[in-house]
Design a protein around this ligand. Structure first.
Ligand code: HSE
Length: 342
């Protein structure tokens, strides 16, 4: 499977590390042999080699400061005007889009998606912007072209909530989804409960690779709100705008608030709720007996409320380099399964 990687930060590098660690197992168990034929970063260079790029050398080049440190090869090219041009001109099966999320206009990712769909390439992404803002149109366009558009990594990293909600629970009526869907803020609330300051907790969440490039999206509730939009589109087939959601983050929560909740046998959690009639994100004081109150650190959870199966709760990692890298791998393997069964 020939891949173009758009964005080569925490998540993209996490995927490449998994390819390195699991190359033999992926080939032996699934017949899956990925080949990265191109990589585009925002500011640290673009590379294309039809013979495939070396995973080791790619990671080393990034550690050294950028793709300019990748040595010349017989058929290596670096001169592209943009990631879009790269996608349009390079021959590949899948575009893995992991450039930074923008929830206002979804760019430049949306342009990358269009380029991929117009040139016959499947898309695998952890980028919330295009799915949150334009999923129904993108899905139609992908379907019309016989292409897959997969986005497990946009919500709860590689913990399989998109596949669960859209594929495994197909046939159930989805009544509501409710949960903790931002790793950074759950990590911060847990750390603050242990006595850490807001600033120190945020710094740690950034160091661990949980936070967005601009962490105000996390603490302001907007990252969770973006995921609410994705869940609304994926589970209920509805597109709404961020402005239609009621969103409140954790920026106003103080150490005193957290102590007061503790003293009352309760715990603050940033709770997202999604149904056909709308969605919200807000800090809620939950009694400790509520299962969501027991979800700590960067762990996330979603409870799907369905007609045939009642409540089903999926609990797992909500963020992280390897965990989001795995989401991309899971989607690539799904594409591989579909291609093989055709
Ligand atoms: N910043 C996000 C979080 C990353 O903390 O949950 C995963 O979407």
């Amino acid at each position: 499977m020939r891949l173009i990687l758009i964005g080569f930060g925490t998540v993209g590098q996490g995927l490449v590390e998994i390819f390195q660690q699991k190359a033999e197992q992926l080939a032996a168990s699934y017949g899956f042999v990925p080949q990265i034929v191109a990589v585009a970063t925002g500011t640290r260079g673009i590379l294309h080699d039809p013979d495939g790029l070396s995973l080791d050398v790619l990671l080393q080049a990034m550690q050294a400061g950028g793709l300019q440190h990748y040595p010349d090869q017989p058929r290596l090219r670096r001169e592209f005007s943009s990631a879009e041009q790269l996608i349009r001109t390079v021959d590949a099966d899948v575009v893995v889009e992991v450039s930074p999320t923008n929830l206002q206009h979804a760019q430049p990712a949306l342009t990358h998606f269009q380029a991929a769909l117009e040139t016959g390439k499947h898309i695998v992404t952890a980028n919330k912007g295009p799915i949150a803002l334009a999923y129904p149109q993108l899905r139609t366009q992908a379907q019309q072209n016989g292409l897959q558009l997969r986005f497990e990594g946009t919500v709860m990293a590689g913990t399989p909530v998109i596949a669960t909600g859209m594929e495994l629970l197909a046939g159930c009526q989805m009544l509501e989804a409710r949960g903790i869907i931002n790793g950074t803020t759950n990590y911060m609330l847990t750390s603050m409960e242990g006595g850490m300051s807001y600033e120190a907790a945020l710094k740690q969440a950034q160091d661990l690779g949980y936070a967005e490039a601009d962490p105000t999206a996390d603490v302001g509730g907007w990252d969770a709100a973006g995921k609410v939009l994705i869940l609304m589109a994926a589970l209920f087939g509805k597109t709404v705008s961020l402005q239609e959601l009621s969103v409140e983050g954790i920026t106003a929560i103080t150490a005193d608030d957290i102590r007061a909740a503790q003293a009352a046998g309760e715990r603050y959690k940033l709770i997202a709720t999604v149904s056909a009639s709308g969605g919200s994100v807000r800090p809620v004081r939950l009694p400790l007996a509520d299962p969501l109150a027991q979800v700590m650190n960067a762990t996330n959870a979603i409870t799907f409320r369905t007609d045939l199966m009642g409540d089903i709760t999926v609990i797992g990692a909500g963020a992280g380099r390897q965990q989001t890298g795995f989401a991309l791998l899971a989607d690539l393997l799904a594409i591989q399964r579909i291609s093989v069964s055709k």
